[in-house]
Design a protein around this ligand. Structure first.
Ligand code: AMP
Ligand code: ZN
Length: 270
């Protein structure tokens, strides 16, 4: 697959970006977000990198160094947010407390915290859109995990343009690589010789997701695409039955679907 063309196709089909917009790309330092920022820059978008330093020892230090070099070499401004300065604690401490207090585990916690920091900083940077590097494999995993958990509605906001329509005051999160298989992105990053780490996050021990990923390893990219595309066909119908306007969180002012945002709900007693 020509992933540059596929990114352009998804942007055009879903009206994801305009050349006049300020685009903040959430950079993890991995192959997906590095590839997407490189492609968007090449296409002429006004891109900025935003990396949350999760303070995961050597792993984070290497990611930071490599992203500073990558962005410097590609003329992309980069902001690094220090998680400890933001939250007063490292991610491991927060995860350990939440596991004990609320039996919340793994990547769910990390996802909620990252989203909250990204929204806050995107606003600070004056971003119109936040881009993430989510790919077809991530999306197929989400569809299946939500289905197996019996909560298909959890996926109603998942689309190349998160939430469907932009909400005033918030930078919309978009996923230009929504339909691109992980294998194709890895091949692209290697072909371009991006000097990055290909290892998984040392903190990702969410067994349910790992099991779903292993299971999906046995099916083809075409079948993964069918899972994601067929679910996308259901999204407008599912949204009709579950329309929640986004509001601002009473505590922190970030986007929320009820009085408190997910971040404030989980971290209020830490
Ligand atoms: P993950 O949940 O780790 O698979 O990451 C999904 C997407 O979230 C990545 O492609 C990035 O766009 C974004 N992301 C993950 N980790 C970070 C981070 N530490 N800083 C900024 N963005 C991140
Ligand atoms: Zn909040």
């Amino acid at each position: 697959m020509n992933i540059e063309k596929e990114v352009a196709r998804t942007i055009a089909k879903y009206g994801l970006l305009k050349k006049s917009e300020k685009v903040v790309v959430a950079l993890s330092g991995g192959k997906d977000s590095t590839s997407v920022i490189y492609i968007l820059k090449k296409m002429g978008y006004d891109v900025y990198g935003l990396l949350i330093d999760l303070k995961l020892g050597k792993w984070s230090k290497i990611h930071n160094e490599k992203m500073i070099a990558f962005c410097g070499g590609n003329d992309i401004p980069l902001t690094i947010v220090d998680l400890k300065k933001e939250l007063g604690q490292g991610i491991c401490f927060i995860k350990a407390v939440l596991k004990k207090q609320k039996n919340l585990t793994g990547c769910t916690v990390c996802g909620i915290i990252k989203r909250w920091i990204l929204n806050k900083w995107a606003k600070k940077l004056g971003a119109d859109k936040i881009v993430t590097g989510h790919n077809l494999d991530d999306e197929a995993q989400n569809v299946l995990m939500n289905f197996l958990k019996g909560n298909v509605l959890l996926g109603v906001n998942s689309s190349p343009a998160t939430g469907g329509k932009p909400v005033r005051g918030f930078a919309q999160r978009i996923k230009p690589m929504f339909f691109i298989p992980e294998n194709d992105i890895r091949a692209y990053a290697k072909k371009k010789k991006f000097d990055i780490l290909y290892d998984k996050c040392p903190c990702s021990f969410e067994t349910y997701r790992a099991d779903t990923r292993d299971w999906l390893d046995n099916i083809s990219d075409e079948e993964k695409l069918a899972i994601v595309e067929n679910f996308q066909k259901l999204v407008p119908k599912l949204r009709k039955g579950d329309e929640k306007e986004l509001v601002t969180c009473e505590k922190c002012g970030e986007p929320a679907s009820s009085k408190l945002c997910n971040y404030c709900k989980i971290v209020c007693n830490i």
